[in-house]
Design a protein around this ligand. Structure first.
Ligand SMILES: N[C@@H](CCC(=O)N[C@@H](CS)C(=O)NCC(=O)O)C(=O)O
Length: 227
């Protein structure tokens, strides 16, 4: 049985990627949640994760860290992680890699915090550029492969890589085109993401550095998290 170590569901966008992929592909795993800021717990688990970060996956004697490496490890053992069609697979891998190494302004201006809604105080040009690129990329995938997911009819790893962006869109409401909005909603309606969202709302824990990042870019208009 795989063991997947993740951070708090409200905040941990990187953790969400392998988690939602495992859930969507119905691959059994044990979930271990490490609370941000809990130094004693993190000190113990830093020994397990070579990068000292989440997510990481433990499979017997093998530890795999970094969300992209985890997805590729899963692809070696399970069908359906990437699309079967080589052209769709190449597109999906490119888009996932672009998300993994890019979209810096989107990440820093709109950090994931599933349970709140935020009005941004401004939209810096770099953020507008990332959002425009996101729209173009999603539209391209949806049109090229016919939907309902980015690289065809089935949820694959590329959708897992953009699942945190759907939560970011729900929180910050940045402007996307109509097809991209429909896609973001489709992701948010998946049973797996609904489960993640419920768990995130149930967390009463607050990570001050994450919350401060949000307050630096805008004002909180609603907070649905448990107190
Ligand atoms: N590139 C890594 C990023 C992992 C990462 O930054 N994880 C954050 C949580 S979302 C973390 O573990 N932060 C805790 C720390 O840096 O101490 C991946 O894709 O897994």
């Amino acid at each position: 049985m795989y063991r997947l170590y993740i951070g708090n569901k409200n905040y941990s966008s990187w953790s969400l990627r392998p988690w939602v992929l495992l859930r969507e592909l119905e691959i059994p795993f044990e979930e271990h949640l490490l609370r941000f800021g809990d130094t004693a717990v993190w000190d113990r688990f830093r020994a397990l994760s070579p990068s000292g970060k989440v997510p990481f996956l433990v499979d017997g004697a093998t530890t795999v860290w970094d969300s992209l490496a985890i997805v590729e490890y899963l692809a070696e053992h399970h069908a359906g992680v990437w699309p079967q069609d080589p052209a769709a697979r190449a597109w999906a891998r490119s888009a996932a890699a672009e998300m993994h190494s890019g979209f810096g302004a989107l990440r820093s201006s709109c950090s994931m915090s599933c349970g709140i809604r935020v009005r941004l105080s401004s939209t810096p040009p770099a953020l507008a550029g990332d959002v425009a690129r996101l729209s173009a990329l999603w539209q391209d995938g949806l049109r090229r492969f016919g939907g309902a997911f980015l690289a065809g009819p089935r949820f694959t790893a590329v959708d897992a890589f953009f699942a945190p962006v759907a939560f970011r869109w729900q929180t910050y409401g940045f402007a996307l085109d109509r097809e991209s909005v429909a896609y973001a909603k489709r992701l948010l309606e998946l049973n797996s993401l609904q489960q993640w969202y419920r768990d995130a709302l149930a967390e009463s824990f607050r990570d001050a550095p994450h919350d401060a990042e949000v307050l630096a870019v805008g004002s909180v208009t609603a907070d649905f998290r448990s107190t």
